[in-house]
Design a protein around this ligand. Structure first.
Ligand code: ZN
Length: 165
């Protein structure tokens, strides 16, 4: 189960990019565009390169629920799991609403370099889906939370993981 915590996106978004002429190229986007405006810089800064803030918040909530034995940034094959319980084979991802383009928050990409951002988001989503399938194929249970869920009620998120262990 996993309740409302599971958010696998279909590959439809990726496909629509493909139709517009976007060719996914083995994960390579080239260099980031220069942050050409203060707005873009602020977006990049606010969202960070990674989702470490919410990972930490989530890890603290797990401990509050007396759920221990997890490892952060745990490698499974080629995948890196945000928070993993290796013994029970439970993998948890906490997705930043911006980087993984949460449909609830619906954060629009920056106004400049929009093509770059759309390619990046499409790659992120494709990778999320691929990693999830790979983990499930090797016997892991996978749960995903959005940043807004972590910020909304992190203890509920931790309790859901408790049910999977
Ligand atoms: Zn969100």
């Amino acid at each position: 189960m996993g309740g409302g915590a599971l958010h696998v996106k279909s590959s439809r978004n990726v496909m629509s990019h493909k139709r517009k002429g976007f060719k996914p190229s083995a994960g390579s986007l080239g260099p980031s565009p220069p942050p050409s405006s203060r707005a873009v810089r602020n977006v990049m800064r606010a969202n960070g390169g990674r989702d470490t803030g919410i990972e930490l918040k989530f890890a603290r909530a797990l401990r509050r629920q007396a759920l221990y034995g997890f490892k952060k940034d745990y490698k499974v094959g080629k995948a890196k799991v945000d928070v993993a319980f290796p013994k029970q084979r439970v993998a948890v991802f906490v997705h930043g609403c911006f980087w993984h383009q949460c449909p609830v928050c619906d954060l629009s990409p920056p106004k400049t370099h929009t093509d770059f951002w759309n390619r990046k988001f499409a790659l992120n989503k494709a990778r999320d889906a691929r990693v999830r399938l790979e983990l499930e194929a090797s016997g892991w249970k996978v749960a995903e939370f959005w940043e807004h869920e972590i910020n909304g009620n992190v203890d509920d998120c931790a309790r859901i993981i408790g049910l999977l262990l």
